[in-house]
Design a protein. Structure first.
Length: 302
């Protein structure tokens, strides 16, 4: 694009553009070779020679900063991911969140909707620790929820289990025949709770140590939360935009799974049944079999 203006105005324009600093990005154009200037006796010719550089200065840095990629991939993050990150992301009160979201929740991390009414994450170190704990618990909850409902679903479709209800299954290890995985003694045949506990402590302790340190035998320099590399065999995180979106999906599904597991615990205590059986009972008579009616059983009556 070529602009013809007077030499005096052009000189002022050049100084202003080169010293311009984007208010939200902290990015200047002084080091960006975007301007080619040519003078004549009556006109000042300003050539915008590298529009892509200006685009990167105004947008690229913001997007890369808003969605950190941990060094994965080489594609520029697009605007699609910005709905989940940064100051313009969706917040917990929607359009009424203005002035309510604390400053320390800037939208840098996945799943940040600006809600911290108790101020638990005001301290950066505490925030970092809580964020790591939440992600790890979310992943376990997703696996746990799947493990709670799958045996019941399979048992209802003809697969034989010693005990398909999740909170009763572990007690099978004390039976004379022990605990057989999927009812097959040739897969896992556990008979000693002490041996099972020792193996679990060793294997899980080693895995957690490797995760926290970001390295394992033959593998180094991994992120403690999003290691990638050999733990991403499908290369899902190679595209930074997809990686940013997948992190949001993971934490949202993980939060839902944590609530689900809490519900499974309460159901087990109150009804003594598994989640699938509880669901079937509720669907058979929604008005009579629901959480409210079970809760009122514990209300003192006069």
């Amino acid at each position: 694009m070529r602009i013809l203006i007077s030499s005096a105005a052009g000189a002022r324009l050049v100084r202003r553009i080169r010293s311009y600093k984007h208010t939200s990005l902290g990015t200047t154009l002084s080091s960006c070779p975007v301007l080619s200037v040519a003078f004549s006796s009556q006109t000042f010719q300003l050539d915008i020679m590298a529009a892509s550089c200006m685009t990167k200065a105004f947008l690229g840095s913001s997007l890369a900063k808003a969605v950190p990629t941990q060094g994965k991939g080489n594609k520029q993050v697009t605007r699609a991911s910005i709905e989940f990150y940064g100051p313009d992301r969706a917040k917990f009160l929607g359009p009424f969140s203005e002035g309510v979201t604390p400053d320390y929740l800037s939208g840098e991390f996945a799943g940040d909707y600006g809600w911290d009414t108790a101020g638990l994450s005001a301290d950066p170190q505490t925030f970092s620790r809580y964020r790591e704990i939440e992600v790890i618990h979310a992943r376990w909850a997703m696996l746990g929820a799947l493990g709670c409902i799958t045996p019941e679903l399979l048992a209802g479709n003809g697969v034989s289990f010693q005990e398909p209800v999740w909170f009763k299954a572990g007690a099978q290890i004390f039976d004379k025949d022990g605990l057989n995985y999927l009812g097959n003694s040739s897969l896992v045949h556990a008979q000693s709770i002490i041996a099972t506990l020792a193996v679990q402590v060793i294997l899980m302790g080693a895995a957690e140590s490797y995760r926290a340190n970001g390295e394992a035998p033959g593998v180094e320099g991994l992120d403690s939360l999003y290691p990638g590399g050999p733990f991403d065999p499908l290369n899902l995180a190679d595209d930074p935009d997809s990686f940013a979106e997948l992190r949001v999906k993971e934490i949202k599904n993980g939060r839902l799974a944590m609530f689900s597991m809490f519900g499974f615990f309460v159901q087990a205590i109150v009804t003594g049944k598994g989640p699938i059986e509880n669901l079937q009972d509720h669907l058979s008579d929604p008005a009579a079999i629901n959480a409210f009616n079970f809760a009122t059983k514990f209300t003192p009556s006069g």
